[in-house]
Design a protein around this ligand. Sequence first.
Ligand SMILES: Nc1ncnc2c1ncn2[C@@H]1O[C@H](COP(=O)(O)OP(=O)(O)OP(=O)(O)O)[C@@H](O)[C@H]1O
Ligand SMILES: [Mg+2]
Length: 198
Amino acid sequence: MAGCCGQINPRQNPGMSCCLRQAGSVQPGTMFLCRRAASRVSDDSATIAEFALAGEAATLALGAALAPRLKAGDVVALWGDLGTGKTALSRGLIQALAGDPVEVPSPTFTLVQTYDFPDSPSLWHFDLYRLEDPEEAFELGIEDAFADCISLIEWPDRLGGYLPPRRLDVTLAYAGEGRTARLAGGGDWPARLKGLSL
Ligand SMILES: Nc1ncnc2c1ncn2[C@@H]1O[C@H](COP(=O)(O)OP(=O)(O)OP(=O)(O)O)[C@@H](O)[C@H]1O
Ligand SMILES: [Mg+2]
């Protein structure tokens, strides 16, 4: 498929149909996702850092702090109840990569928004709340995002067993008037986030 640029309306991109169902017709080297038992946290996941976020500015700042730590192929799962700040954190992260306050709408209805940057990998911002079946994610081109881009995923539970185990989990929660954020991940995530501060 085309690169990671432009906005995608998955309902208007029938060509991005499920790669699993088309497995016999795709090119060698195409990445396939394997369905695993759904897991709430990543394999060998451990809490890396926790933050108290007194207001939206702090949520934006956490996103901005994460931005330079990310690279192509990274998957960041944003957990948390309705309204806990998943989009706000994504906005801070995307604006930091863009270098200016670009508009970052919630992908509530489009399910995915994509962003290209001059100096960093493209980023796909998913909101999977409305996904009815995990396999619908393939119609969004999620395999391409996982292979070549940075993926931010609100409502990652909707992916079920397709949620990659090697990911960073960010869990946002209500705390009085503010929020808390817990970052967890296995593999090299603890080293990559060492010294992270707001
Ligand atoms: N640390 C914070 N303290 C208080 N309010 C916050 C904080 N971070 C974000 N908010 C506010 O919470 C509200 C919801 O934020 P946001 O839309 O980012 O949540 P969300 O988790 O993406 O919601 P949804 O589940 O609907 O996608 C916004 O008004 C935002 O300004
Ligand atoms: Mg949101």
